[in-house]
Design a protein around this ligand. Structure first.
Ligand code: PEP
Length: 248
């Protein structure tokens, strides 16, 4: 049995003071939740968020990590810096990083290895664009993202994959639960073929893309979907908690 994991991706939202307020509201709402609960927040919020989640089951995540240990990489944040704060999870390869900041499967792979080497749990994002989908290239794109992104990785026990069709992120358009389940099933079959049945069986794969309280239950009922990566709805405590508590 794979334990569901619901993670919020705050993107470039919330100052540290706003983060404290949001977490204070969220904490009691997810106190009895069954899934793993993670919030991935901007770097500048991490210290405040770490203090604010104390005594709760909310785990802390960042939105990226550098591929190098230290040095001349202006604007980057290292795994050691994140670990010192108490960060556990890190999003890698989000489509916004791929689209606006030149992230590639190769840089995803470098960041992923760095995260693993430093004991961070990576949430690696994959997903096709609308054009790729319309040209029937979804499988080809996912195959490349998975095979190149996870190149040379052997231990998947701390890894989460987030399947996020780019056309569904922040657009209000959600993949149908059946579609998302089928595509995640394809990703799982790819993992099985490359890394074996045991890895495929235990690997948690989330869906992401306009997941909200009204569709969470249906998506989470699918056998291949082990959680959600939540953008917009993670910025409201009530909405995020309703997704986390989708079973209630
Ligand atoms: C995301 O950014 O990972 C995401 C899924 O965003 P949204 O939920 O807003 O579509």
């Amino acid at each position: 049995m794979r334990k569901p994991i619901i993670a919020g991706n705050w993107k470039m939202n919330k100052t540290a003071a706003e983060a404290e307020a949001l977490i204070a509201e969220l904490k009691p709402l997810v106190a009895k939740s069954k899934p793993d609960v993670v919030i991935c927040v901007p770097y500048t919020d991490l210290w405040a968020a770490k203090a604010a989640i104390a005594g709760s089951k909310i785990r802390l995540g960042a939105e990226n990590v550098a591929w190098a240990d230290s040095g001349a990489f202006t604007g980057e944040i290292s795994a050691a810096m994140l670990k010192e704060i108490g960060v556990e999870y890190v999003i890698i390869g989000h489509s916004e990083r791929r689209t606006y900041f030149g992230e590639t499967d190769e840089t995803v792979n470098k960041r992923l290895k760095q995260a693993l080497a430093n004991g961070l749990k990576p949430i690696v994002c994959v997903g096709e664009t609308l054009v790729e989908r319309e040209k029937n290239k979804t499988k080809r794109i996912l195959k490349k993202q998975v095979l190149d992104g996870f190149k040379d990785v052997t231990d998947f026990s701390d890894i989460v994959i987030a399947y996020e069709p780019v056309w569904a992120i922040g657009t209000g358009k959600t993949a149908t639960a059946e579609d998302a389940n089928k595509t995640i099933g394809y990703i799982r079959s790819l993992v099985k073929k490359t890394w074996g049945a045991e890895v495929a069986k235990s690997l948690r794969i989330q869906y992401g893309g306009s997941m909200k309280p009204s569709n969470a239950k249906e998506l989470m009922a699918m056998k291949n979907i082990d959680g959600g990566l939540i953008g917009g709805a993670a910025l409201k405590a009530q909405d995020f908690a309703a997704i986390v508590n989708y079973k209630d």
